[in-house]
Design a protein around this ligand. Sequence first.
Ligand code: PLP
Length: 379
Amino acid sequence: MNFGTKAVHAGVTPDPTTGAIMTPIYQTSTYVQSSPGVHKGFAYARSQNPTRSALQESIAALENGKHGLCFGSGLAAIDAVIKLLSPGDEVIAGDDLYGGTYRIFTKVFAKYGIKFNFIPMGDVSNIEKHITPHTKLIWIETPTNPMMNIIDIEGAAAIAKKHGVLLGVDNTFATPYLQNPLDLGVDLVMHSATKYLAGHSDVVMGALVVNDDKLASDLAFIQNACGAICGPQDSFLVLRGIKTLHLRMQRHCENGEKVAKYLANHPKIGNVYWPGFEYHPNHAIAKAQMRGYGGMVSFVFKEDDQQQSFSVMERLKLFVLAESLGGVESLANHPASMTHGSIPREERMKVGLLDSLIRLSVGVEDIDDLIKDLEQAIG
Ligand code: PLP
């Protein structure tokens, strides 16, 4: 099946009792057993729920993976991954990550004796230099949030395999429409399904997809034992969102490109971060591993003037100022004070995350209206 067909159909079969074309919201906490342990595959809703199962199957199919697991948020999915590790284990992570990922690593798991090493990964040979006998996991975002850096997934996977280290990729920005890390040798794909998968800014959810049966059963154990599952109503909403993922992503990519090019030609704007530009440092890798460049664009002004950024964000009308991304509506975000506020300023500065940086999630509205909005706000 091709991508659009999978987006509409994978995991979803008409309800056998009524013929309902949409997977019902199985709003139940438990299931009747005919004798102890004898049931229809569903015992208790923390362990299994049919609406969640349909969604997990759908997301796994989109990522060309065997097993999908959905969680109450993207961070709950990351939490489950790190719980595979033990005190003394080490993680090598990219130095440009969503602020909440940095926070759970440094503020939650570091105190349980797991060591996190944040390194530049624009050249993946740098990863190998940091591998020690204790390294158990490499964690990558590509494109990164918010600097839109691109990391060579296949190159990282070769290094991970050589050293017997697990490799996880946060595929939130690209979505499976643009990039399938499992096909490039990765062990584990993670999504903040809150974003493009759900697509309508109405759900918080996370997902993992893996091929390996043992890894899947270890993660399913953690999912059930720790309990950070998503509910059936949210599962339904994400399943519904996924049915138009390919259509939305087409438009996000088209609009993202036009906004990036408009900003790059604006006399007041300095760097524009978007992997589709030929001058992007890893454009060739993006071109090879992605099928488009997505709807996320970050930029700074010629002067690193936070006040100028704030004034522009206040004047924007269609691009509303808000956390999050990946919904149909366009959003503007100020990473230094919002999504990445939990990262110390000196760490942000090291990766070029200036105080004036604005991150746009370009939605699916009419592009002329979006450009007009930027024009009136930037001047
Ligand atoms: N990963 C990335 C790239 C994100 O942007 C986010 C949230 O913004 C997360 C993970 C965390 O996901 P959630 O907010 O669903 O917990």
